[in-house]
Write a protein that binds this ligand. Structure first.
Ligand code: OAD
Length: 250
């Protein structure tokens, strides 16, 4: 399943970066965005995941986020998430960049995570930017949306279409993509920018770039190695293989 070259590269690697997308959480029961069973097949992003839509109809947007929050609260990390926790222990410098907002990497135990698209468990006021956890939200009887103590509307702290990504996370992600020895793109369709540029940036900078996905994507032809399979199955095997081939595991 893994080439000798990949295992050699990983055995020698000091800095390893993994970019994850919705596919990593699919085996936990969180729907992906694209594809046959993807969320965007049934819901319209422009009505639910942009700021204007939120201001126009905050109740509708909150219904959609409460539906997703409730789903996410019920699920657990899968073997793919746990394998990434192991990888963090193996390599000298290991960075996880995620487009996922579902908090499952944190729940699994990953420590160093750059969340590019925010976190669905966090919320913030659109006026004063005060942060709220889910258990602090009070949905008003009048309009059925939560309001800040300043009176402003509270929104989920996720990145919507047309919005900028968090500056620090974005800057760090590009920085580490340019200096890593190996880069993995896992469970992402690699079509949403700027995250989709990270594997290509890593290739240009000389890293060994590997894609793990249940099907080919737009970047498959550009990466050094493409592994077709479920991340919950491939990643644990990869960890075993690295541990077997080196004494880097603790
Ligand atoms: P997508 O739904 O676009 O892609 C999910 C990818 O995971 C697809 O390429 C699938 O083939 C793959 N996949 C599905 N199950 C898998 C499994 N078990 N193992 C490995 N791969 C699997 O999700 P993202 O690429 O994460 O942004 O989407 C990027 C962004 O688009 C999201 O963060 C979200 C969305 O609009 C915002 O909301 C800002």
């Amino acid at each position: 399943m893994f080439s000798n070259l990949l295992i050699q590269r990983l055995t020698a690697a000091k800095t390893v970066v993994v970019l994850t997308g919705a596919g990593v959480s699919a085996e936990s029961g969180v729907p992906t965005f694209r594809g046959e069973k993807g969320l965007w097949k049934h819901y319209r992003p422009e009505e639910l995941a942009n700021f204007d839509a939120f201001i126009r109809n905050p109740k509708l947007v909150w219904e959609w986020y409460n539906f997703r929050k409730n789903l996410i609260y019920k699920v657990n990390p899968n073997p793919g998430h746990f394998a990434l926790v192991e990888m963090e222990k193996i390599f000298e410098n290991f960075y996880l960049i995620t487009q996922n907002v579902d908090n499952l990497h944190q729940k699994a135990g990953s420590q160093k995570i750059y969340e590019l698209h925010g976190n669905i468990m966090r919320n913030r006021c659109v006026d004063c930017n005060k942060y709220y956890n889910d258990d602090q939200l009070i949905f008003s009887e009048k309009d059925q949306v939560p309001h800040c103590e300043c009176g402003g509307l509270i929104r989920p702290d996720v990145v919507w279409f047309g919005e900028s990504l968090p500056a620090y996370e974005l800057e760090m992600s590009f920085k580490i993509a340019r200096i890593c020895d190996a880069f993995f793109s896992v469970g992402t369709s690699a079509v949403v920018q700027p995250a989709a540029s990270l594997p290509l940036e890593a290739i240009q900078a000389g890293a060994y770039v590997v894609e793990i996905n249940s099907e080919p994507t737009v970047i498959t032809n550009y990466v050094h190695e493409s592994i077709i399979g479920k991340s919950g199955e491939v990643l644990p095997k990869l960890v075993k293989e690295i541990q077997h081939s080196s004494n880097k595991s603790i």
